[in-house]
Structures are given as structure tokens and as C-alpha cells.
Design a protein around this ligand. Structure first.
Ligand SMILES: Nc1ncnc2c1ncn2[C@@H]1O[C@H](COP(=O)(O)OP(=O)(O)OP(=O)(O)O)[C@@H](O)[C@H]1O
Ligand SMILES: [Mg+2]
Length: 221
């Protein structure tokens, strides 16, 4: 089976008027099908930057990102859009649900998924009664679970979730990690940025992102 995600020698710098700031410094990571990987790090450590690099939305300053062996920043923009649409499910830290559409329509829009698939995934994240509501009518935590369902509804090879439990109570936080674990157990690959220690019970490997480098966290016995 092909490695779902491989990043090699990846560095990212942001430039502003004051100069350049290195956020990621020669990072390597791979995620296999069936694996769930957690990335911790202080606010500002670069988690979102790393996930956007992996999600084909932000070209790293240096290094390679491969999805199932395809170097995603070396292909045309059209090919990259196809990879993004079909192989990746992305839960943005800022959610990015469309306010004019119902939750069901939000799930169906990017992938053309069926009504049945959308409703099944809304049920799985505890939002079965909210399919016809627009995001404004939901709490932030409900919107977050809706965005998770949108990332999963088209059964991508790789799900990238940026702080998917940031606004959830413990019970719903565990539900989100359980849904992501089940997705990995069914053969998907999962990369999650989180501040939430409870992910350690669900992830196969966890890393700390600090000073631009990833260090694997030792597991509690
Ligand atoms: N578009 C940008 N232009 C310039 N600097 C940026 C940009 N995006 C992020 N940064 C800077 O890069 C650093 C890493 O930001 P990033 O959002 O990746 O961190 P994070 O670990 O996701 O933080 P949080 O836990 O708060 O979400 C921060 O210092 C941030 O200010
Ligand atoms: Mg972030």
C-alpha cells in the first residue's frame, strides 16, 4: 500500500517587513494508511503552517510533500486541485463552512456527495437533527463537528484536522477522536494538530512541534 503522506526536508518561512521568520526547519514525517498521527505544539509553533503545507494549500519554502507518492507541488494547479478534492479531507482551524448553505449542503458542495452520505456522516458526529440548519444556527462546537463530517464524507485517503476539538466538551472531544480513529481503522490516514492530551489514547504516534522541529513524544506505559 502506498504511503498516504510523505514530507521530506520541509521548511517554511514567512516574510514580512521586519524580515523572514523560519517556522518549520527541515521536517520529515510520513503517515501510512490506517495510521493516526497527532501533532502538539504551543500556539504559534507552526502546526497550521505544517498542515496547510501537507494539505496542498501552502507551498513550503523548501522540501517535498507527496500524497500517495505524487509530489503535489510539482504538478499543475489543476492536478493539485484534483488531489485536494478527491484524496484529502481538510478540517480548517477556522472551519470555513459556507454561511448561506445548510449543513447538509455544506457537506455535499466540495465533493458532490449524496444526500444519504451527508446525512450518514452528520449522524456519526451527533448532528443528525441539524442537517437543514445553516451554520449560524449552530454553536461553535456543533459547527466544528459539521466541518469534521465535511472532511470525511467523500472517504478521502488522508484526513487533516487542525484542532478539531478546540471548542468541544470532553464527551464531544472524545467522539471526534473516536470518529477519526475509526476512519484510520477503516484504512484512512489521519493527521491531527491538537492541544488536547486525550488524543494520545487514540493516536498511533504523537509529535511535539517546537523551534521548527518535530520530536516524537514517548508513550505513557
Ligand atoms: N500568513 C502569514 N504571514 C506571516 N506570518 C504568519 C502567517 N501565518 C502564520 N504566521 C506566523 O507563523 C507562526 C506559526 O503560525 P501557525 O498558525 O502555523 O501556528 P499554530 O501552531 O497553528 O498556532 P495556534 O495553536 O495558535 O493555531 C506564527 O508566529 C504566526 O504569526
Ligand atoms: Mg493553528
Amino acid at each position: 500500500m502506498k504511503t498516504a503522506l510523505t514530507i521530506t526536508n520541509l521548511s517554511h518561512q514567512y516574510a514580512n517587513a521586519a524580515g523572514t521568520r523560519a517556522v518549520l526547519d527541515h521536517v520529515d514525517l510520513s503517515v501510512q494508511p490506517g495510521q493516526m498521527i497527532g501533532v502538539f505544539g504551543d500556539s504559534g509553533a507552526g502546526k497550521t503552517t505544517l498542515l496547510l503545507n501537507c494539505g496542498t494549500m501552502l507551498k513550503p519554502t523548501e522540501g517535498d510533500v507527496e500524497i500517495q507518492g505524487l509530489p503535489v507541488y510539482d504538478v499543475t494547479a489543476g492536478e493539485r486541485a484534483q488531489i485536494r478534492a478527491h484524496k484529502i479531507g481538510y478540517l480548517f482551524q477556522t472551519l470555513q463552512l459556507i454561511p448561506y448553505l445548510t449543513l447538509q449542503e455544506n457537506l455535499r458542495l466540495p465533493s458532490g456527495s449524496s444526500v444519504g452520505a451527508a446525512d450518514t456522516w452528520l449522524d456519526r458526529v451527533g448532528l443528525g437533527d441539524w442537517a437543514q440548519h445553516k451554520p449560524d444556527a449552530l454553536s461553535h462546537g456543533q459547527r466544528q463537528r459539521g466541518a469534521l463530517a465535511r472532511a470525511l464524507v467523500h472517504q478521502p485517503e488522508l484526513v487533516i484536522a487542525d484542532e478539531p476539538t478546540g471548542n468541544l466538551d470532553r464527551k464531544n472531544g472524545e467522539l471526534v477522536f473516536r470518529v477519526l480513529r475509526d476512519f484510520a481503522d477503516s484504512g484512512g490516514a489521519v493527521l491531527v494538530a491538537s492541544h488536547d492530551d486525550s488524543i494520545e489514547a487514540y493516536a498511533d504516534r504523537c509529535f511535539d512541534l517546537q523551534d521548527g522541529s518535530l520530536t516524537e513524544k514517548s508513550r505513557q506505559p
